[in-house]
Design a protein around this ligand. Structure first.
Ligand code: AP5
Length: 184
């Protein structure tokens, strides 16, 4: 199973990713986690990315696609879950091209539908480095401008499934499993 998780910051992608990979035995690839690992290791890439992440912007497509390509070249299991990637139309198109070459097209894009008030509450109570009010506002604006257009992009491929992302974590996982089980 090859899945993309699409949703605003704080919509629950990382939380649900853990339950999905545990159930289906697929590999979790989070570009946010990959970038935070670069920052923690103090690499050149991490230094470039840190200021952008702290300000709530998007790291360049070039850097993110380079990281994804490197991850793919290391070998991905037959199934994978992409979390926080793609985030721009250019990333989505590059991903489609990469997967077409590997003959591993996506099965499904899950869009987590959560309103911005709920998201802001969740992120303020988490308190990650980029979870302050100003940065959250910026992340949501960037999401609307650059990532939300992917909803219609994936609708156009017939692969978009929308999941209501409000309720308990287990309730939402069950909604996701119902969608994904129908795909197996
Ligand atoms: P990334 O790490 O991808 O962060 P994000 O998209 O901002 O997502 P979050 O981790 O904030 O939210 P989430 O949807 O995973 O929700 P979560 O489960 O954590 O990216 C960070 C930065 O890296 C970006 O801003 C950008 O700079 C850069 N970046 C990453 N990928 C990039 C790319 N492809 N291109 C360019 N730049 C990129 O949940 C959030 C909180 O809510 C948690 O506290 C959780 O416990 C809680 N929660 C979850 N579910 C529920 C629920 N059902 N009820 C109540 N609380 C809940």
């Amino acid at each position: 199973m090859r899945i993309v998780l699409l949703g605003a910051p704080g919509s629950g992608k990382g939380t649900q990713a853990e339950n999905i990979v545990a159930r289906y035995g697929i590999t979790h690839v989070s570009t946010g986690d990959l970038l935070r690992a670069e920052v923690a290791a103090g690499t050149e890439l991490g230094k470039k990315a840190k200021a952008i992440m702290d300000a709530g912007g998007l790291v360049s497509d070039e850097i993110v696609l380079g990281m994804i390509e490197e991850r793919m070249n290391k070998g991905l299991s037959a199934g994978f879950l992409l979390d926080g990637f793609p985030r721009t139309l250019a990333q989505a198109e590059a991903l489609d091209a990469m997967l077409a070459k590997l003959e591993k097209p996506l099965d499904c894009t899950l869009f987590f539908d959560v309103d911005f008030d709920e998201i802001t509450k969740r992120l303020l109570s988490r308190g990650r480095a980029d979870d302050n009010e100003d940065t959250i506002r910026k992340r949501l604006a960037v999401y609307e401008e650059q990532t939300a257009p992917l909803i219609s992009y994936y609708e156009g491929t017939g692969k978009l499934k929308t999941v209501k992302g409000v309720g308990s974590v287990d309730e939402i996982s069950q909604r996701i499993f119902d969608v994904l089980d129908a795909h197996r």
